[in-house]
Write a protein that binds this ligand. Structure first.
Ligand code: ADP
Ligand code: MG
Length: 329
């Protein structure tokens, strides 16, 4: 009898993998941004239309050669790790080599890129995972990726896209957090031809000013692990508590709770502080990478992290107001 079990064709397995990696346009944009950061870009410009089904991202990073352009859309193709030890010693955001292959499988994709030492760049177009066209192009050093018609060949995924406003909201949130944590990189986000986010990449305090405004900046106090807002800028939700671990955004209920407990006696019921936490921890004591969407963070020693942050917040909140940041403008 013929075997029932078959190994799936790569074009099918890439579409399945795409379900994990590119849940929605915002998740795809996060992958692109992190690729640009891994390529040492200092400027990242993103243009969105059509609920995020159209995305163009332009960076000034190290770029790719013609050969690398053909390889980057293959599954498990990565320049970031080469053996299993590297997985536990990462200095890059990416390492799975899955994002571009997945995105290529479910969209009409065009990638152009040029490395510093070459005169011309190259461009490839891929529709539904199949290479359509490649040619030389003139461009500056860096990479430009254009996605058209995301999910055009996966009608079910397309149906699961939320309203335009919801998708745009998620995209803005991703760009905001990447811009805040990568405060030495300039970010631009344009949605339907309107620029909705801009940072110059001139350091943390200037980036806070650009993203959160003067009123928040002037009411922040520097502390051991970032910045804490005073009682003049209390919020109605926890959404102004930003937590970055080794400079990557990840939500942590544990750390949120530590911050809130640190403020405890000063907080009014139903009000929450502004806090921007940059916590550095040895990479082998934190796990941010295991889940593909990288949203879950786990610590080896939860009690230690909790106490560390709570104590630092308590100390900062207890000290006098003279240490407030000077007004920037
Ligand atoms: P990963 O980031 O896990 O390596 P990706 O599928 O996201 O996997 O990207 C595959 C490869 O393509 C990367 O390892 C990198 O070499 C190259 N690449 C992707 N985006 C860029 C970019 N913006 N600039 C330069 N190289 C890039
Ligand atoms: Mg990547």
């Amino acid at each position: 009898m013929e075997n029932k079990i078959k190994i799936l064709d790569e074009s099918v397995s890439n579409i399945i993998a795409a379900g994990e990696v590119v849940e929605n346009p915002a998740a795809m944009i996060k992958e692109f941004i992190e690729n640009s950061l891994d390529a040492k870009a200092t400027s990242i410009k993103i243009y969105i239309k059509n609920s995020g089904r159209y995305v163009k991202i332009v960076d000034n990073g190290i770029g790719m050669t013609k050969n690398d352009l053909f390889l980057c859309i293959e599954r498990h193709a990565t320049s970031k790790i080469s053996n299993k030890d590297d997985i536990f010693n990462l200095s890059t955001y990416g390492f799975r080599g899955e994002a571009l292959a997945s995105i290529a499988a479910v969209s009409k994709l065009k990638i152009s890129s040029k490395i510093g030492t070459e005169k011309v760049g190259n461009e490839i177009s891929i529709y539904g995972g199949k290479i359509r066209n490649s040619k030389e192009v003139s461009k500056n050093m860096g990479t430009e990726i254009e996605v058209k018609d995301l999910f055009y060949n996966t009608p079910v995924r397309l149906k699961f896209l939320k309203s335009k406003q919801t998708e745009y909201g998620k995209i803005k949130d991703v760009a905001f957090k990447e811009a805040l944590s990568n405060y030495n990189v300039s970010f631009e986000l344009h949605i339907d031809e309107k620029r909705v986010l801009f940072t110059t990449g001139n350091g943390i305090e200037n980036t806070i000013l650009e993203l959160l405004g003067k009123n928040i900046l002037k009411n922040l106090k520097k502390f051991k692990y970032g910045y804490l807002g005073n009682m003049d800028i209390l919020k109605n939700s926890k959404s102004y508590i930003f937590t970055f671990f080794n400079k990557r955004y990840a939500k942590s209920l544990l750390v949120e709770k530590a911050v809130l407990e640190g403020y405890y006696t000063k907080l009014i019921k139903g009000k929450f502080p502004v806090a921007i936490i940059f916590y550095e921890i040895s990479p082998n004591k934190i796990d941010v990478n295991i889940h593909p969407s990288k949203k879950i963070v786990k610590f080896e020693n939860e009690k230690e992290v909790f106490k560390d942050i709570k104590t630092a917040v308590e100390e900062a909140i207890g000290t006098n107001e003279e240490e407030m940041l000077p007004n920037v403008i």
